[in-house]
Each structure stands twice: as structure tokens, then as C-alpha cells.
Design a binder for this molecule. Structure first.
Ligand code: SAM
Length: 307
């Protein structure tokens, strides 16, 4: 077999891996006040939102991200009525929250109004009618400022942010999670993504350690997201509720009582396995890691480049 290895694009450059999508069509390409925004169409993934060069969400597999992000927290809260979403400008998390008939108000605090406008236009299969639902309240602004100022208390808080650099960097710190805990009701549950334990192990470990420095119960679960081409992780944090406690019977009952339909990822018999951690994750979380603070926030760049 001829020696073809040398022609492969191996390099010792950091980020010497990646995955790509062919751009079959450019639907939107612009720079908002905060970030570069691109929406492409790819024959396999459908319409795809890319912010500052990072894949955010695609029509093909958005449920592999939004359901594991939102549903465990919503299912484990006894009566989620007032819900807050920080970030989530594509509307996917909002659409998942509104599936629960118990929800009376869903407040979305998204920094970049342009992301919402672009998502309404090109990601309709993801946001559906969530933005125009009578229960939805959209606030365009910084999620951290909102959480630090609000007098409201929320049953469930979904943190659906870009990776920890740029505009979201200060929303992965102990001080921010403290403010989120203060904005939660006494039995409030928080949900967030916590990066890839495989490709950003340090970032994953720092986020979990930082959550544990604020919340009594922190549970982690995994999911594979094709759009990110890696195993992704999600966490639930609460000072009262251990999200893992839910069983398939409860989930079936809740879906019936709350009129939750259209789930593509969670089936009751599947749900409990979703909370198993791999050995790699367990060993990773046994390692020391700093707590991300305002003075010394998590720097995803250093972590990913260190791979
Ligand atoms: N699924 C994506 C991921 O895992 O990276 C997140 C999707 S959502 C599009 C991320 C949103 O976070 C973006 O719309 C971005 O504008 C928003 N965002 C970033 N920093 C923010 C901040 N400080 N306050 C509120 N929203 C913020």
C-alpha cells in the first residue's frame, strides 16, 4: 500500500483536528455588535448557525442539545411556572421550555438581538413559534447584569451560552453562579451545558468544580451532538433537588399531566441511563481544578489549545 500518510494534513499546530461542513448556501453573513454571525445551509445538517466561527446549532440535530439541556431540569421541578433562559438566542431552549403547560412565563435574556432576528428567519424548524408565544418575554441584554439586578425568582434557570470566551466569559464564574442561585426559588433547578469532557477536559472540570462551590446538588450527564462532532456534557445544579432522582414512571406521568409532546431524545425507559458518567469523566472530576472566579475566569482557549 503506497505511503499516503505523509500527504494527510497532520500538523503539530494546536487545534490540529476539527470537523467541517460544506457550505451549500450562505443564507446570512454579518457582524452584530457582539459577534460574527453566519447562517449556512448544508445538505445533511440543514440550516446551521455559526457565531464567531463556532458551530452553535443545526436543524438536523438541535434536539440532541436542547432536550438534554432543558428537559431534566423541567421534569425534576414539581411545578415549573416561571422560567428564565440566559442566552439561547436560537430559540431552541425556549421551545423546549414552552412544551410544559405549567409554564406561565418564560423570560429570555439574550445579549444579541440580531441572533434572535436571524434565528426567527432561518431557524424556524428549531424555534417554531416560541418567540411569539404569549408566555414569552424577550429581554435583549447581558444575562449577568439581569440576574444580578432582578427581584424575580425563577423555578428553572437555563443557561444556554456560547463557549466561555468573549461576551459569555464572565458567566462561567462563581460570582455569576451565586447570583443565579439567588434568582432561583427555594426549590429552583439550574441547567447549563458544560463543554466537552473529551475535547475540553480542563474547562469541563473547572465548570463542574465551580458549580459545586455554589450548589449542593450538581449532576452531570452526557450526550453526543453531531454538530459539535463530539460528546457534549450538561449539568443540573440545585440547592434542594437532586435531578437524578426522577424515574421513568414519573416522567411518563409528567408528560401526560403537562401535555409534553414531541420529544425526540427522551423516552421514559431511556431517561435514567442519561445520568451515567463514564469512567473517564469520573477520573477527570477526581482531579484538582481551579474555581473560575471574576478575578481568574475560565479561559476555554488555553484549554482547547492544550489538547
Ligand atoms: N448551543 C450553543 C452552545 O452550546 O454553544 C449556544 C447557543 S445560543 C446561540 C448562545 C447564545 O449566548 C448566543 O445567542 C449569544 O449571543 C448568547 N450570549 C453570549 N454572551 C451572553 C451574555 N453575556 N448574556 C446573554 N446572552 C449571551
Amino acid at each position: 500500500m503506497e505511503n499516503y500518510i505523509s500527504e494527510l494534513p497532520f500538523s503539530d499546530e494546536p487545534n490540529s483536528y476539527g470537523h467541517f461542513m460544506k457550505i451549500d448556501k450562505i443564507l446570512f453573513n454579518g457582524q452584530s455588535e457582539y459577534q460574527k454571525m453566519l447562517v449556512i445551509n448544508n445538505k445533511k445538517f440543514g440550516n446551521v448557525l455559526i457565531l464567531d466561527g463556532f458551530f452553535q446549532v443545526s436543524e438536523l440535530d438541535e434536539y440532541l442539545y436542547h432536550e438534554p439541556l432543558v428537559q431534566p431540569a423541567m421534569f425534576s421541578h414539581p411545578n415549573p411556572r416561571n422560567v428564565l433562559i440566559i442566552g439561547g438566542g436560537d430559540g431552541g431552549a425556549l421551545e423546549e421550555v414552552l412544551k410544559h403547560k405549567t409554564v406561565e412565563k418564560a423570560v429570555m435574556v439574550e445579549l444579541d438581538g440580531d441572533v434572535i432576528e436571524v434565528s426567527k428567519k432561518y431557524l424556524k424548524s428549531i424555534c417554531g413559534n416560541a418567540f411569539s408565544d404569549r408566555r414569552t418575554e424577550i429581554i435583549v441584554g447581558d444575562g449577568r447584569k439581569f440576574v444580578e439586578k432582578t427581584k424575580e425568582k425563577f423555578d428553572v434557570i437555563i443557561i444556554d451560552l456560547t463557549d466561555p470566551f468573549g461576551p459569555s466569559k464572565m458567566l462561567y464564574t462563581k460570582e455569576f453562579y451565586r447570583a443565579v442561585s439567588k434568582a432561583s426559588t427555594s426549590n429552583g433547578v439550574v441547567a447549563l451545558h458544560t463543554e466537552s469532557p473529551l475535547l475540553a477536559p480542563k474547562a469541563f472540570n473547572v465548570i463542574i468544580k465551580t458549580l459545586k462551590s455554589v450548589f449542593k446538588h450538581v449532576n452531570v450527564h452526557l450526550g453526543f451532538v453531531n454538530t459539535y462532532a463530539t460528546t457534549w456534557s450538561f449539568a443540573n445544579a440545585s440547592n434542594s433537588t437532586d435531578v437524578k432522582a426522577l424515574n421513568p414512571y414519573d416522567m411518563k406521568k409528567i408528560c401526560k399531566e403537562r401535555g409534553v409532546t414531541g420529544l425526540k431524545y427522551y423516552a421514559p425507559e431511556f431517561y435514567p441511563n442519561a445520568f451515567e458518567m463514564t469512567n473517564q469523566m469520573k477520573q477527570l472530576l477526581e482531579k484538582d481544578a481551579k474555581i473560575s472566579t471574576d478575578k481568574d475566569p475560565l479561559d476555554i482557549d488555553a484549554d482547547v489549545k492544550a489538547v
